[in-house]
Design a protein around this ligand. Structure first.
Ligand code: SDX
Length: 434
């Protein structure tokens, strides 16, 4: 098929026929144009083919912009580096939801609203009793968040903007409580109720680390590190879990069910489960002398071994979050006085990989997950809590994307097609004749 580009159209002509389709080229604020293919089947009787949607714009969005070649990440136009340095997670949550940085009055109203929704319905506590103590916390998050619509039925009318906003507040406010309680349950300690006198990050750390017999001592280093890690994980365009939330939301499912579907998708080791997998990989390598053998195993396709924390569907340059994470790694471990040989191992592994043509030629660079596990380990989190922390932060991005989708006039139920390569039509054969 030959294509001719003119000012704002591309023409697609089928070989051996005079049928052609004019594909309107749509331009955004930043990034490549998109070819509007919505009439392709009616004009030419064909579909496009894009397994994994790597070359497909599934929606129009104003929330996050990524330039994978330049290593750029913007939340509502603001560079991640500036937000990481100057903002707080709750301010970023407001920005992602409403599109602008809040005035002090707007922020006061927002943060008070979030603070006032951090408690869970007391019946939900009994949910945990159904789980084994060794249940993966992501299983608990999936189950509890998915069930929330049963406990807050008065705010699931997705056509009511006020109910959508209340559900968004409830999810952003309660996900730290659910995440912390998933941890407490796994170690057999009593749940700690949220406190309204603590910041969002400190409240989470309190619910994670406080115990009834002792008074709780704040740790500003951990609070700042937690807040920063959540900013870096808050949103990331149309990644697999966000696309899952949008697809679930396009059916009219309630917001709690949609966020639970995002949690399920994030769990995979190719996505949010990678931070846990990076630490396991570093622990398996053990020491620097084993790095060459591991790299050789990664290059052997039959091993199916991946260099976890490396590579990205979009970034073909450094993930800007990884750079901030690496710097934070040094700061947090230094301030905590933690010497972790895994950090030295990670630095050496990164250095070797970035000088190895196998990785350079495939544009494989460290992503957000490569260093996050080392920081989280230094902060005292067990590896099973790494992905739940990612889900806790990404809940804000998911719910912002969900709200944008519901308000999008172009939005309709998501329904991809396929290239069918199965059996042609055939008649049923009785078993005796097979
Ligand atoms: C996240 O999408 C997002 O935005 C996600 C995320 C977010 O914030 O939401 O950024 C969070 O999920 C980060 C990614 C975390 N995952 C990992 O670190 C797991 C390890 N990475 C890989 O599984 C992989 O890189 C993916 C899944 C991230 C991307 O997969 P792609 O798009 O299929 O990779 P590619 O097309 O760039 O691969 C090109 C080549 C292939 O080899 P060839 O067929 O050309 O020989 O590179 C190879 C791949 O096999 N390759 C790797 C590799 N990643 C890709 N080889 C070894 N180790 C790796 N990590």
């Amino acid at each position: 098929m030959d294509k001719v580009n003119n000012a704002d159209h591309a023409t697609l002509t089928l070989p051996g026929s005079n049928r052609s389709a004019q594909l309107k080229l749509l331009s955004g604020t930043l990034g490549p144009q998109v070819a509007d293919i919505r009439k392709l089947q009616s004009d030419l009787g064909i579909f496009t083919f894009d397994p994994g949607y790597g070359e497909t714009a599934s929606c129009e969005s104003k929330i996050t912009y990524i330039d994978g070649d330049a290593g750029v990440l913007l939340y509502r136009g603001y560079p991640i580096e500036q937000l990481a340095e100057k903002s707080t997670f709750l301010e970023v949550a407001y920005l992602l939801m409403y599109g602008e940085l809040p005035t002090s009055a707007e922020f006061e109203t927002f943060s008070t609203g979030i603070t006032r929704h951090t408690m869970l319905h007391e019946q939900i506590r009994r949910f945990w009793e159904g789980f084994r103590r060794d249940a993966h916390p992501m299983a608990v998050l999936c189950g509890v968040v998915g069930a929330m619509s049963a406990f807050y039925p008065e705010s699931v009318n997705i056509n009511d903007p006020r109910e959508r906003e209340i559900s968004a507040y409830r999810l952003i406010a309660k996900i730290p409580t659910i995440t912390a309680w998933a941890y407490k349950y796994s170690v057999g300690q009593p749940f700690m109720y949220p406190r309204n006198d603590l910041s969002y990050a400190e409240n989470f750390l309190y619910m994670m680390n406080a115990v009834p017999p002792e008074s709780y001592r704040k740790n500003p280093i951990l609070e700042r590190a937690m807040d920063l890690i959540m900013i870096l994980h808050a949103d990331h365009e149309q990644n697999a879990s966000t696309s899952t939330v949008r697809l679930a939301g396009s059916t009219g499912a309630n917001p709690f069910a949609c966020i639970a579907s995002g949690i399920a998708a994030l769990w995979g080791p190719a996505h949010g489960g990678a931070n846990e997998a990076v630490l396991k990989m570093l622990e398996e390598i053990g020491d620097k002398s084993k790095i060459p053998a591991f790299i050789a195993e990664v290059k052997d396709k039959n091993s199916h071994t991946k260099l976890m924390g490396f590579g990205h569907r979009v970034y073909k340059n450094f993930d800007p979050r990884a750079k901030i994470m690496q710097r934070t790694c040094y700061e947090v471990l230094g301030e905590l006085g933690v010497k972790d040989p895994l950090l030295d191992l990670a630095i050496e592994l990164e250095k070797i990989a970035l000088n190895d043509d196998y990785f350079v030629s495939r544009k494989l660079y460290p992503n957000v997950d490569f260093y996050s596990g080392i920081i989280l380990k230094a902060m005292g989190f067990p590896t099973t809590m790494f992905t739940p922390l990612f889900a806790m932060a990404r809940t804000t991005g998911w719910i912002s994307q969900w709200m944008e989708m519901i308000e999008d006039p172009l939005q309709r139920i998501g329904r991809p097609r396929q290239l069918y390569t199965g059996a042609p039509q055939r008649d049923y054969v009785e078993m005796a004749a097979r």
